[in-house]
Write a protein that binds this ligand. Structure first.
Ligand code: SF4
Length: 224
């Protein structure tokens, strides 16, 4: 697919006024099965998975398995698959052993951007080459870099459409939905982790400052 931004007013014109379910319905009607929901087992994905599978039980969900996710994250993965009777599609980079052989041990400590490129950005690009659109859990109040996130937009970086149905949700909205519907969620959120990534690069924090804490890195390179 071309990376040139196409004009599709039927997708985007009134997107800002749509509810999260409406955005998901529009994406499913237009793109399923060439549509992926990206799941990193944050609280936002607990909501999106529930909303999406109510609309389309066969919707496709993928996760980037870096090989260094928390045990609690892998457990949440299994719990969600069991609850919804579905299987998420894992995408991975090279093995940890191959990475160590080619780049040295603990690349995440020395060059986190290079490590994210290998373990997240490359497999994401490969996953998204399979579809025409993707859905993400980005919210505008998560970080200044996300403040202008549209609900539906052309993703020039990957050459496909991208939807952020929870763009205008607050964290309180997310947790209200989770508790109202008794949804499974990553238990690390109850232990002070607002944002959860790899074990080597995540510490407890009330916001995304717990990711790559202390080295100035704020994004994986997945949404920029
Ligand atoms: S978050 Fe850390 S361990 Fe995970 S891919 Fe990025 S640098 Fe590597």
């Amino acid at each position: 697919m071309s990376a040139t931004a196409p004009i599709d007013s039927s997708l985007t014109d009134d997107a800002e006024s749509l509810t999260a379910s409406d955005v998901l319905t529009r994406m499913v009607e237009r793109f399923h099965p060439r549509l992926f929901l990206a799941c990193s087992f944050q609280q936002e994905e607990s909501v999106l998975i529930d909303l999406l599978l109510r609309i389309e039980p066969n919707a496709r969900i993928f996760t980037l398995d870096t090989g260094v996710l928390f045990p609690e994250t892998y457990e949440t993965w299994r719990t969600m698959e069991a609850r919804y009777e579905t299987e998420f599609e894992p995408w991975s980079g090279i093995s940890l052993e191959q990475q160590a052989a080619e780049h040295g041990a603990a690349l995440w400590e020395r060059e986190p951007d290079a490590c994210c490129a290998i373990r997240k950005v490359t497999p994401l690009r490969e996953a998204l080459s399979q579809v025409d659109a993707w859905i993400v859990g980005v919210r505008r109040d998560q970080a200044p870099t996300r403040a202008n996130t549209p609900k539906i937009d052309w993703d020039a970086k990957h050459g496909i459409w991208k939807a952020a149905p929870l763009a205008d949700w607050s964290e309180r909205d997310v947790w209200r939905y989770i508790h109202q519907h008794d949804l499974p969620y990553n238990p690390l959120h109850d232990r002070g982790y607002a944002s959860i990534g790899c074990t080597h690069c995540t510490v407890p924090a009330a916001d995304r400052s717990g990711r790559w804490a202390g080295n100035g890195k704020v994004e994986c390179g997945l949404h920029g």
